[in-house]
Design a protein around this ligand. Sequence first.
Ligand SMILES: [Zn+2]
Length: 305
Amino acid sequence: MSALIHRTHCPACYSEAIHPSLNAIDYTVSKESFSIWHCDTCTLRFTQDVPDMEGIGPYYRSDSYVSHSDTKEGLINKLYHLVRNYTLVQKYKLVRKMTGLFNGRILDIGAGTGAFSNTMKLKGWQVKGLEPDGTARTQALNNHGLELLTPHAIHQLEAGSFDAITLWHVLEHVHDLDGYWNHFKRLLHKDGQLIIAVPNYTSSDARYYGACWAAYDVPRHLYHFSPAAMKDLGKKYGFELKAKLPMWFDSFYVAMLSEQYKRGKPALLSACWQGFLSNLKTLFNQNKCSSVIYVFRKEDTPNSI
Ligand SMILES: [Zn+2]
């Protein structure tokens, strides 16, 4: 039996100082409205009354949910795939730079159809990827020969056995936030790098589009992070925030979807302008970017693995 999760505490810092902030619509699948709440203590926002793990499945069933499909139809999807090829290389370079390794062991959580895992494998890394969606796992196998694991397999992975753990737009989807952070700590080598990319609701494009901001993506996005909330969350589990990096292309992609939600039709010029403005502000303040990559390392503890 599935149920809705009604939170009386912030899912990140457990504070009771939470209140409704805005209502957003699921434009992609159900067209239902969801309430987004705000935590006054850590500034995390979260989607209130979300379906639990048993009930969330139908909200991922959409032909246009591009994260889980390789469709190349439509202008936005075409651009998405073009940019993705470029960003895959950038992601590899980031992992190489942050770990200082040319060959290492990486765990990619929420691997989708395996594009990033495959990039790392081709560069000589030992790759393990977790993906809940069976169709995506099959595509990863067919397209890249990658055998992705189900998320449950995380329990069997060896402690301290990864130089890097990556989550590219995944953390906002996981129900067991606490469980995943404990796994990050257990699985990372003492010098390992935790790299998490999530949308940033304090970005200038989020402010401009308000409830139409596409990266609220309710109810699939259970949490809406701010840079401050991410830093605090990492600290809670013994991680130190080392770096914040902007994701330049996300500003354009999110603006294009947001324009569509706001006007009911695509508006390329307007989207490009908003994406440009968001990136311009990011040049002076990284906390203004539509999506941010956070790089964490384990805080030094005497008994680190
Ligand atoms: Zn909080």
